[in-house]
Design a protein around this ligand. Structure first.
Ligand SMILES: C[S@@+](CC[C@H](N)C(=O)[O-])C[C@H]1O[C@@H](n2cnc3c(N)ncnc32)[C@H](O)[C@@H]1O
Length: 325
């Protein structure tokens, strides 16, 4: 499991950029960005260097944590995956590239694509002194157009991006990203019903094109959840003091709800049921909602079954229940 917090180099690079940056100004700018997002808008309001920093301060820790959790889930199911090349589509400040560098020591070549020149500049500044990312390429402009020009990469990642596109552009981008993914494609979205619907549509489109689902689903069948239920997970991450100030938050942690799909070209070696909600640990038994190959199941593990109960006590929302776990 990759840590949900920034690696030291990213923290230091961001802290250096934040020297002398007013927290009040950052809070106002990030509020404006969040309001636009909630109203269904995209990152178009990020125009100045200060906007980009406010975005990085307010959102980058949580998106990093969500990407780290999604890549951890992929690694658990596909432990032999050792990508050397990465395409980070809609990279913004480079969040997913940093998480992928932590997840895969094999990565040597990073290509970031984004339409927002201000975020791209910030990404390059943050990466400048990095031992892993300093040589990254950043391609400005529309991701779909750029993808047509670049070579395949072992791993393609799109974090919190497809929600900024219309439906038909989402389909086109999904097709292109899959065509560019030599081994795996990971797409992450906010854990809202709308984010889930986008992931579901992409999953359906690409499994029909031959993709295997490494995570979160233990199958390629239609999703068994019935609305208003929706699949999503939670990643808790600590909040720095600066982050608390900008968010006007009291608690020293943040819970990021997210949804993802990790698709591979090779069939996953071993998959297991996925825990879809926090398990209920009762006196007599543990009850857990699982996504299985045969649909959603409510597993009940009685306390008297000591070994199984001890195993089930370790289940967390989002875990895969593999035979050895
Ligand atoms: C919410 S931000 C996410 C950034 C980053 N992936 C992260 O997780 O922090 C969405 C990013 O997608 C980029 N984007 C949206 N549509 C795009 C397109 N058609 N081509 C390239 N980039 C795009 C935006 O410029 C923005 O940087």
């Amino acid at each position: 499991m990759i840590s949900p917090t920034f690696p030291a180099e990213l923290k230091a690079a961001l802290d250096a950029r934040l020297q002398g940056f007013s927290r009040t100004d950052a809070a106002q700018r990030s509020q404006k960005i969040s309001t636009t997002y909630r109203a269904g808008g995209g990152s178009g309001t990020i125009k100045s260097e200060a906007d980009a920093l406010a975005y990085a301060l307010a959102r980058m820790p949580a998106t990093y944590a969500a990407v780290a959790a999604s890549l951890s889930a992929l690694i658990e199911i596909a432990p032999d995956l050792a990508p050397e090349t990465l395409l980070d589509v809609g990279a913004g400040p480079g969040t997913a590239s940093w998480a992928a560098a932590e997840a895969f020591s094999s990565l040597q070549d990073f290509t970031l694509l984004d339409a927002n020149a201000t975020l791209s500049r910030l990404a390059l500044e943050l990466a400048r002194d990095s031992s892993r990312l300093s040589g990254c390429r950043y391609l400005p402009g529309d991701a779909a157009a750029n993808l047509a020009e670049v070579s395949q990469a072992d791993l393609v990642v799109a974090s919190y991006v497809i929600g900024e596109l219309g439906e038909s552009d989402q389909r086109k981008l999904a097709e292109t990203m899959w065509a560019k993914a030599r081994h795996a494609l990971v797409v992450i979205e906010p854990g809202t019903p709308a984010g889930y619907a986008r992931i579901l549509a992409l999953r359906q489109q690409l499994t029909a094109a031959g993709a295997f689902v490494a995570a979160p689903c233990p199958h390629e069948k239609p999703c068994p959840l019935i609305a208003p239920d929706w699949c999503h997970f939670n990643q808790r991450l600590p909040r720095s003091q600066a982050h608390r100030q900008i968010k006007g938050a009291e608690v020293p942690f943040e819970d990021e709800r997210f949804i993802y799909v990790a698709l591979t070209r090779a069939p996953p070696a071993a998959r297991g049921p996925r825990v879809l909600a926090p398990p209920d640990v009762g006196k007599a038994e543990i009850t857990a909602k699982l996504c299985t190959e045969d649909g959603v199941a409510l597993a009940k593990v009685p306390r008297r079954d000591k070994a199984a109960y001890a195993g089930a006590r370790r289940w967390r929302w989002g875990d895969a229940v593999l035979s050895e776990s």
